[in-house]
Structures are given as C-alpha cells and as structure tokens.
Design a protein around this ligand. Structure first.
Ligand SMILES: [Zn+2]
Length: 387
C-alpha cells in the first residue's frame, strides 16, 4: 500500500517513461528495501511533459498488476517553492523532498568575517552562539568556533527558514508524510558540521524530517560511478553517520545514487540501515539499452540527437562527458557502457522524448520482456550491494 516509509531503509526508482515499474518490482522484491516507485522532480516533469498525477498513475497501475502488497512510497522530488506542493499533494504523494538550494548563500564559504557579520544582521546570532559555542563538542564530527558558526548561519540560515516554511505549509495540507531536506545540488559539499547545524536548527524549529541529503565530497555525476577519493569519502561518510546517530531520528539520503557501485559498501558500512538512495535516469539508460538491442535504427537516431543537444541540455546537470571522448567503433549495445555516451544520453532525455517519445514508448511496450530483464539485471547489481 502507498504510505510513508519512515526509517525503513529505502530505494527510489525514478521512472521518466512510466514503463519501468514492472522491472523495478521484480528487482526490489525480497531485498528488504522499501521502494519508492513514483519519484519525479518538477524539472523532470517539465522535460518529460508528465504531470505528478500521470507519474503516480503509471506507478499505481504496475503495482496493482504485480499485486505488490507491502508499503511503497511516491516522492515529490526537489520541490523548491510553496506553489510546487499542491499538485503533488492532490495526486497522493507520500514523500516530499524540499530543496532550499536557491536560498543557500554559496558565497559564504569565501566571504570575509566583516561581510559575514553584515549578512547575518537580523538573524538570531546571540541565541545561536550561546547554544553552539558553549557546547563541549560533539563526538565524531567536530565543534564550531565563532567564525565557522557565522559562516554556517550565513550559508544556510535562509535555506533553513525556507524549509521550515515549506514544512509548515505541507503540514497544513497533509497529515502523514515523509519529509526529506536536500542540499545536494549546492555549489560546495556540506561539511559534517554544517549537516549538524542544518539538522539541529530544523529539529529546534519542529520540523520532523525523515531523511537529509547533504552534498558529499567528490563528484556524483549522473548514471556513472563515483569520481573522487574513496578513502576521503570513507572518512566523511563516517562523520555524516555520526551526525545522524546523534539525532537518531532520520536517514541519510544519497541522490544521483545510480551506478555508484564503489560507494555503496561505504554507505552500508557507516549508515547501516539508515539509508535512502535515489536513482532516476539510469532506468532511462536501460530503456535505451533495450532499444539498442531491439530497435537499432531508432536508437541511432536518439544517439545522433543526443550528440547534437548535449551542450545545451547539460546545463542544469553535474556531468563532465565530452562527445569527442566517446570510444570509437563500439558496437551496440556496448555503447551504453561507455562513460561519455551514458552521460550524454542521460541528460538529453528531454530532447529525445520531445522528438521520439511516441516511438520510444511503443518500442518498449513491444519489447517489455527485454526491458524488464535489463532493469532486473541492472538494479540487481545495485540492490545486492545494499542488502
Ligand atoms: Zn538531488
């Protein structure tokens, strides 16, 4: 049944086409992870031309057909304004991800103390300094001095206020829900101490959040494995886990979580079962793999369009692919395993669906057995590492 998932370990299966849930269900069955079968951001809805209700209806249809009878969730992802809430509430979503990134002051990392002081005027500095600077220090994630606290206040103060406003509005619209706070798309990583500040301020304001998504160090690009120093990430994941253990009331959430096979053992080691992972475009890449196997002419058209639109479409994503670096002469479907090709195809989905949406969907319906098998294999690789 559709319901909030609370602190159960969970996994989000974003599905841009509305045809992947049968494969997701087969993959997640028996893993002990609670699934989110509907998960779409406002940005993705704009690019796929789908409404929150359509995304929900597609997931529900597949859930009913498979007779899935344990809890599953629906994630209204990366909501930025109060006005984003009502259509997702009306469609019955159960998990609300609020992204206050537009209110994060990224310049605070480099501002001088006098600039920070000017920016903090009118905020509750006296209260915060009494609260945070007198503490003896928290185990495992450090302690503020007055400059680092001032920096955290300027960087995140308004974002926290915005999140509180979103939470209060949602509480007026809905009784029970999962609430996630995501700062994963900010310019700089969230330090464990900043994570503590955000979580503590939200808690003090009465926000009951189920998960929090910091931005971690290194690069979590779309549809490919982690790029960065795994040993440094290992230490950092331990510190973030120490912050969540301090509160004991929410999960850590990993966004852009698909294909991060080298990171999963670290999050299991440090976060235990207090985890949520989000994936989205990787299911679209498995759809394209299916086309490459069954409808190569259509696939070649999508690939040519992707190469043409990449420079424009990549703008709002964290990707580093270069069309010139795609391995030459790869046969289909091996192209779908090339780092550069994956990112190019991943971020040009809006253009592909605008031009070939009807053909793509009807081909996937026709070859649904191949698509389901590809999804089951690909997500099996993910979920095996999280069990
Ligand atoms: Zn995110």
């Amino acid at each position: 049944m559709l319901s909030p998932l609370g602190l159960t370990p969970s996994f989000g299966f974003g599905d841009r086409l509305g045809l992947a849930t049968p494969g997701h269900i087969t993959a997640v069955k028996g893993t002990g992870l609670a699934p989110i079968f509907a998960q779409q951001s406002v940005r993705e809805n704009a690019r796929t031309g789908r409404t929150p209700k359509q995304v929900m209806d597609d997931a529900k249809r597949a859930v009913e057909a498979a007779k899935w009878d344990t809890p599953w969730g629906a994630d209204a992802d990366h909501l930025k304004t109060i006005d984003d809430l009502p259509p997702f509430v009306a469609a019955g979503y159960t998990f609300f991800t609020v992204d206050p990134g537009a209110h994060v002051d990224n310049a605070a990392d480099a501002d001088s103390v006098s600039v920070l002081q000017a920016k903090a005027a009118g905020q509750n500095w006296d209260e915060l300094s009494a609260l945070y600077l007198s503490a003896n220090g928290e185990a495992g994630f450090g302690k503020f001095d007055s400059e680092s606290l001032l920096r955290a206040l300027v960087k995140y103060g308004r974002a926290i206020q915005h999140t509180v406003g979103m939470y209060r509005r949602l509480s007026e619209l809905k009784d029970a829900f999962d609430f996630e706070v995501s700062v994963d798309e900010t310019d700089a990583p969230t330090t464990p101490l900043e994570h503590y500040f955000i979580a503590n301020e939200l808690t003090r304001a009465g926000v009951k959040f189920t998960s929090l998504a910091p931005r971690f160090i290194g690069r979590f690009e779309k549809g490919v494995d982690y790029i960065g120093d795994l040993a440094a990430l290992d230490k950092e994941m331990a510190q973030h886990a120490a912050v969540t253990a301090h509160f004991g009331a929410y999960k850590l959430s990993l966004h852009s979580g698909s294909d991060k096979f080298s990171v999963y053992p670290l999050i299991v080691k440090h976060w235990g079962s207090r985890l949520h992972v989000k994936t989205a475009g990787t299911s679209y890449l498995e759809a394209l793999r299916t086309l490459a196997m069954t409808e190569p002419v259509l696939f070649e058209q999508i690939w040519a369009l992707g190469l043409k639109c990449y420079d424009t479409d990549r703008a709002t994503y964290h990707v580093s692919a270069e069309p010139a670096l795609v391995s030459a002469g790869l046969p289909l479907p091996a192209l779908l395993d090339d780092f550069h090709a994956r990112e190019i195809l991943h971020v040009t989905f809006g253009s592909a669906l605008t031009q070939f949406g009807v053909e793509i969907k009807s081909a996937l319906v026709k070859h649904s057995n191949v698509y389901n098998a590809n999804l089951q294999r690909h997500f099996g690789k993910h979920l095996d590492l999280l069990k």
